[in-house]
Design a protein around this ligand. Sequence first.
Ligand code: F6P
Length: 324
Amino acid sequence: IKKIGVLTSGGDAPGMNAAIRAVTRSCAYYDIECIGIYRGFQGLIEGEFEVLTARSVRNVINKGGTFLKSARSQEFRTKEGRAKAFEKLQEVGIDALVVIGGDGTFTGAIHLQQEHNIPIVGIPGTIDNDINGTDYTIGYDTALNTVVDAIDKIRDTASSHDRLFLVEVMGRDAGDIALNSGIGAGAEEILIPEEDMGIDRMMESLMKSRKSGKTSSIIVVAEGEKSGKNIFELAEFIGENLTGYDIRVSVLGHMQRGGAPSCYDRVLASKLGVGAVEAILRGESGVMVGITNKIVTSVDFEVAIKGRRPLDKELRRVLNITTV
Ligand code: F6P
């Protein structure tokens, strides 16, 4: 292996820069040329390449976003698009690829690898933490801290005005952000995509907490939760069926994806960046490097994108007890 290309794809996540840095510096360490590919798979198709040296990645470990930029490429979803991408790789002599992203990124990588037989190793970078075969994805810890910080601020004003707040957090298919930030921020109720908690149960619990003397409350709602109502409809429903509540909605949105990565995410990204290059050097391909019980391990892309880690039932139990 003489030349490794690195790209970031899909939704960005804090810590992606730290991962690119670790990949670049591992290449320098092992005497391999590193090529940065801009704008994910779209940039690959268009040949947006730049040589990265150990010094190109100075002062990026602390930066949010991804300096290589990211994209969700429609063209790469086609066979023709992937053939163009492979041509570009051959033109510059890239022997292997490191792709940093989530399930969409790994799905694209599976196709490219199978159709053109190029070694590819993935690094899980998404705030959602919805990838199998790793305990944590890069960006998740930072996003949790961002959300907790935002909810703490909402709590101040909720409490001053005796209000009920519904706070929407990211997670189309995964409730990890909602469940963990909700517990960390002391939320009353948490609605997640993995299970339909039942509106009736939530209403009952709100009535109970009112009676027990609570004057303000926070409900954390994951964007993909399963009640069949969006957050504004939920707020309306609660308002119509429970008297005495002054209700507000706050949608946190993309601020959850920004900001300086936490120390945890920087260290995780550094470990996985080194792990990805070393996996390529060992001859691995079609795998994602992840972290399991603090150890860097590889799993097939198919395993990484298939299914979900079971939801942590203990968290649900803890929530029930601590919101009494
Ligand atoms: O996958 C990461 C994520 O932030 C999801 O939580 C969210 O649903 C989605 O990306 C938003 O995507 P976009 O940036 O395309 O609006």
